[in-house]
Write a protein that binds this ligand. Structure first.
Ligand code: GKR
Ligand code: MG
Length: 429
């Protein structure tokens, strides 16, 4: 082994990035959200970067993993999983709470650990690619496309957070006209041609009306609606019936594999998920019951880019479609998503991305969408560069926070506007 490829140092930098007041079924995004930037430095002096969730539970697991990585080969990304099992132990956040921000079903120690590993895996691949002069997609077997398509991620939203936060010029979107105006701006600024509306916010009839308005404004273009499991089987079937002619797919209408299987049995509309299938262990039952027809992969959930490719192979074998889920993220993760998406032949739909909502980044150059696509970089590693001043400034914000923003809590943010708000039980409608 070339000693230049041994890991010399690992730096972890928790940061807070601005997030607009986007609504979902659990509440509203806080003014700032935590992310963790992982830097892996080789003995040869090459630095690779990765990004993952930054809430306390993740940070707690990342610290022992960072220490244990020193002296190991940066190319040993498969070894990260066993190492994480060995050194991370169980975190205090690894109880059976329903995930507050990620909205991926029940939170488990395994899920947390995989999300932490993903940030390290991406940083190792970035460093390895830079050291070898190869893009990350080449380390994954090579790209099968030169650009990756993304969809517009529409949210009901307020014009501003009730207290604090950065101001933007989007205004409120709380009805069909507001949703269509938002979609038009996304189409104009980024060229997106498919649209996903985050639902589960208003009673289903209002969200049906918003999707109908989108279908009228963008005839024949792919539309999706995602209430994050907020509906009963009956409601899900009613929405499927009413929107079946305009939706590309319905995303997580009901909570849990059993309910999704019931919905699936009652409609021809394809169902997608980033909630009931988020680990290998959840796949067999969901596929056997035909509960979902499209898995929305997220490399943070699945433990990185190699695991995402494994998932793609399984989906291909079972004739299940594949696309990508997104949660609040910056440009490091968007670069990682684009590299892995470029290598997956069966990427059947435009990927989700929150990125256009994230005006703060730690890269020297922001990604720009052209006609709704991102070009796949052929530069070594991820093909992005860390802006250290920005990183330091966003870390300072994290240090100065009194703790309220360091863990995403959409229900707490909603209580700023409605003190009686509690996370709604499902099914909500
Ligand atoms: O950002 O409010 C949000 C989303 O609801 C996010 O947390 C979900 O993980 O985007 C996600 C989804 O597709 O379910
Ligand atoms: Mg979803």
């Amino acid at each position: 082994m070339d000693t230049a490829l041994l890991i010399d140092d690992v730096r972890l930098t928790p940061i807070l990035i601005a997030d607009p007041p986007l609504l979902n079924t659990q509440g509203v995004h806080q003014p700032y959200t935590p992310r963790l930037v992982v830097e892996v430095v080789t003995r040869g002096g090459v630095t690779g970067i990765g990004e993952t969730y930054g809430d306390g539970g993740y940070l707690e697991l990342a610290e022992p993993l960072a220490r244990a990585l020193r002296g190991r080969p940066v190319s040993d990304v498969n070894g990260l999983f066993a190492l994480a099992d060995e050194v991370c132990g169980d975190s205090r956040a690894a109880d059976d709470r329903v995930d507050a921000g990620g909205l991926r079903g029940v939170q488990t120690a395994d899920k947390l650990r995989l999300s932490v590993v993903s940030g390290f895996e991406v940083a190792c691949l970035d460093a390895l690619g830079k050291a070898l002069g190869l893009p990350v997609h080449a380390l994954l077997g090579g790209k099968v496309r030169d650009r990756v398509e993304y969809s517009a991620y529409l949210f009901y939203r307020w014009a501003a957070h009730p207290s604090g936060g950065e101001q933007d010029d989007w205004g409120a979107a709380l009805d069909p006209a507001g949703v269509v105006a938002q979609a038009r701006r996304f189409a104009r600024d980024h060229g997106f041609t498919s649209f996903k509306l985050k639902g589960g916010v208003f009673p289903p009839d209002q969200e049906i009306a918003a999707v109908r308005a989108l279908a009228e404004a963008f005839p024949g273009q792919p539309l999706r609606l995602d209430p994050n499991g907020a509906w009963s089987v009956e409601t899900s079937l009613r929405v499927a019936e009413q929107l079946g002619d305009v939706l590309e797919y319905l995303e997580d209408p009901a909570s849990g594999t059993a309910a999704m299987a019931e919905v699936s049995a009652g409609t021809d509309l394809p169902l997608a998920t980033n909630m009931c299938v988020t680990t290998l262990a959840e796949l067999p039952e969901a596929f056997a019951r035909d509960a979902v027809q499209i898995v929305l992969s997220d490399h943070h959930y699945w433990g990185g880019l190699h695991r995402t490719r494994e998932l793609a192979g399984i989906c291909r074998a079972f004739g299940v479609g594949l696309s990508m889920h997104s949660n609040t993220h910056m440009g490091i993760s968007l670069a990682a998503m684009t590299h892995v998406a470029a290598t997956v032949p069966n990427l059947d739909h435009a990927c989700d991305s929150h990125y256009p909502w994230q005006t703060e980044d730690v890269l020297t150059t922001r990604h720009t969408f052209q006609d709704g696509h991102l070009a796949v970089s052929d530069a070594p590693g991820l093909g992005v560069e860390l802006d250290r001043d920005r990183l330091a400034a966003l870390h300072r914000r994290w240090l100065e926070d009194d703790g309220t923003m360091r863990a995403r809590d959409d229900a707490a943010a909603m209580r700023e506007a409605d003190p009686r708000w509690v996370t709604p039980a499902v099914p909500r409608w």
